[in-house]
Design a protein around this ligand. Sequence first.
Ligand code: IMP
Length: 170
Amino acid sequence: MPQTLISSEELQQRIRELAAEIDRDYRNCENLICVGVLKGSVFFMVDLLKQLEIPLAVDFFQTSSYGSATEPGEVRIRKDLDLAVRGKHVLLIEDIVDTGFTLRTILDLLKFRGASSVKLCALLDKPSRRQIEVPIDYRGFAIEDKFVIGYGLDYDERYRNLPYIGVLEG
Ligand code: IMP
């Protein structure tokens, strides 16, 4: 069994706090698109968005899965957005920022396409692993350099449905 690193209660408490901050910051915003990065961010995104009261649209990117990029830092877009972002405010929602390459690529792409603003909300941050700078506007938890699973995060496609963040033993 995985060891619990962040319990379900801790996750939900922190998500309520993040949602209150986001609601406050975007209270006058009429054209917000919340963009999730498949598949890992889905569990977090659903719980977070259910707590928000501001009007918003939802869309998704899917990038190359962990470890499958042909070069370090090379990120493939496997599923693009359905919505146009030009003139829209975008809140990017991600499960974890590790090296930063995935988010850097997506942030640059959204800006290139003319989004009015792009902010990042990440549930987990592994700052010691960062190779490229990524500003995190809303951060759930900073964690040590450990491979974590659960609450959307997988090991070889397993464990995504755990309601907590865990660490595999061994
Ligand atoms: P980055 O591009 O290195 O920042 O990696 C981001 C992606 O790598 C995340 O969206 C996850 O899919 C995956 N990832 C990074 N660290 C972990 C982890 O500890 N467990 C599971 N997936 C991870």
